[in-house]
Design a protein around this ligand. Structure first.
Ligand code: AMP
Ligand code: MG
Length: 486
């Protein structure tokens, strides 16, 4: 007899008004096979690792069987996609419910690629293996980097082909998130729901994510303020590691402050604020350097959706919301500066730190330096013969930096310790990710991906083994491109 898996569902989302979701029936796949299982995530969810490899669990990961206590739904939401408002919803995702962990935390257990839903529009509801493995790799790397994110519990192949530009093996990822509430969920509520339905959603979000005491404060303004805080912190963390989300539509921005929706995302190699990887982002709306502003734009959409709850008089509501919204740029910069200071081994604050940081970034851009490796070189004081490090402008900057470090109490050793904790030795470099995906998808060889996952799991370990993963790709005539909705 198989050991029990350990499902422990309590599905609060289905207790919301029915406009927020559609009940789903399953679309079983032909021949599911487990190819990746995240033991770390499984354990924290209170699930049995051995049982998760059994037939029953694999059927759950494939969308062939509802887990005990699960109630499959697709969530309804709207969103601004590249600035255009649309009705969306889970077109290829299925939420089984919320797993209550041994520590009494609540996590959504959802599938992506599990078949059509009432929100699929023209899509097939399915996903290809490469992009699902990619989501697994990048989300795990983000987690290890200390960045709030959804995680991946498992990937199964379906035994079926799906058709994109070419025929591809189908796959399903099981995604775990503290919720899938999005800015777009509130836009949907404001657009198609009654004020009461909107209020139910806002109360739900407060209870689920920000249950702390907000005293006399207007609770919906408090909700807005908390999401602003979370997103200011999240986007600063993206910028600090050079992560480019690629599709910051309002439906892909969470209320919890977790990163979700790993479609066309990628990490920047050469520092350049204009970096874009997504093939469909032709205007560079979601370029690296634009992410903080887009965060603000999206939060303004959330504020608009919440207006009827903030105050019955619209003018007053707008004024109150604006007062909160205008804190976002400052909050973002504070978070970013704190992180940048740490990356440079700086403990205390000086007014001029921002100039020192920006000067370094400008030099990186001018000399086309690798973002991650420049900080690693500074951390270990090992400078190669690159044009940046050989330039007299860098040498001047370096002296200024040393003088800055000398103006704090902490020793050089302490600075280095700090820098080691904030400057990753490895990021999921695009050529490494592609190599791992190719081995898995083309040859069914999961050794490369498993080795990559292991290295990415400890980005701040600075081991010898990682050095190989810090090397840059061979110069390539074509820029790296990523794809959405794949
Ligand atoms: P995304 O930009 O990946 O967040 O996707 C935008 C919307 O398109 C979401 O509502 C998705 O559920 C939907 N979608 C993406 N791919 C598919 C697909 N293959 N079939 C159905 N819906 C999809
Ligand atoms: Mg999405």
């Amino acid at each position: 007899m198989e050991k029990t898996i350990g499902w422990h569902f309590d599905n609060s989302y289905v207790r919301l008004p029915s406009i927020y979701y559609s009940e789903l029936s399953l679309h079983p796949v032909h021949l599911p096979k487990l190819v990746l299982l995240n033991e770390d995530v499984a354990t924290s969810l209170g699930l049995d690792i051995q049982a998760l490899q059994g037939e029953e669990a694999v059927a759950v990961f494939a969308g062939n069987k509802v887990p005990k206590g699960g109630e499959p739904i697709a969530q309804a939401y709207a969103g601004h996609q590249f600035g255009h408002f649309n009705m969306l919803g889970d077109g290829r995702a299925l939420l089984y419910g919320e797993q209550i962990t041994p520590l009494n935390e609540r996590y959504d257990i959802a599938l992506k690629g599990s078949g059509r839903t009432p929100y699929s529009r023209g899509g097939d509801g399915r996903a290809a293996l490469g992009p699902m493995l990619r989501e697994y790799i990048i989300s795990e790397a983000m987690f290890a980097l200390g960045i709030p994110t959804s995680r991946s519990l498992a990937v199964v192949t379906t035994g079926e082909s799906i058709y994109r530009e070419t025929e591809q093996p189908g796959a399903i990822v099981t995604r775990v998130a503290s919720s899938h509430l999005r800015v777009g969920t509130f836009q949907y509520a404001a657009h198609w729901g009654t004020d009461e339905e909107l209020q139910r959603l806002a109360d739900y979000a407060l209870e689920r994510h920000f249950p702390n005491d907000y005293g006399e404060q207007n609770r919906y303004l408090h909700l807005l303020q908390e999401v602003i805080k979370q997103q200011a912190s999240l986007i600063a963390k993206w910028q600090l590691v050079g992560f480019i989300h690629g599709v910051m539509n309002t439906d892909n921005m969470t209320i919890s402050g977790e990163t979700i929706d790993y479609g066309p995302c990628a990490f920047m190699d050469t520092y350049d604020p204009a970096t874009v990887f997504s093939s469909i982002d032709r205007q560079g709306r979601y370029a690296y350097g634009n992410q903080p502003n887009i965060g603000g734009w999206n939060l303004t959409r959330l504020a608009e959706a919440l207006l009827p709850l903030i105050h019955e008089d619209q003018e007053t509501a707008i004024q109150l919301a604006q007062d909160v919204l205008q804190q976002y740029p400052q909050l973002y910069v504070q978070n970013w500066l704190r992180g940048m200071r740490a990356k440079l081994g700086i403990f205390n604050e000086e007014q001029e730190d921002k100039d020192l940081i920006e000067e370094l970034l400008q030099l990186m851009q001018q000399y086309k330096a690798d973002y991650t490796n420049t900080f690693i070189a500074l951390t270990f004081g090992q400078f190669d013969e690159s044009s940046l490090f050989n330039s007299s402008a860098f040498k001047d900057w370096y002296q200024k930096w040393l003088a800055r470090l000398a103006r704090q109490q902490q020793t050089k050793d302490m600075s280095q310790q700090l820098m080691r904790q904030y400057n990753p030795a490895v990021i999921p470099r695009n050529h490494r990710v592609e190599e791992a995906l190719e081995a898995a998808v083309e040859q069914g060889d999961y050794n490369v991906i498993n080795k990559l996952l292991k290295v990415l799991a400890q980005p701040y370990a600075h081991t010898k083994e990682q050095q190989e993963y810090a090397s840059l790709p061979e110069p390539c005539s074509q820029p790296y491109r990523t794809f959405c909705g794949t």
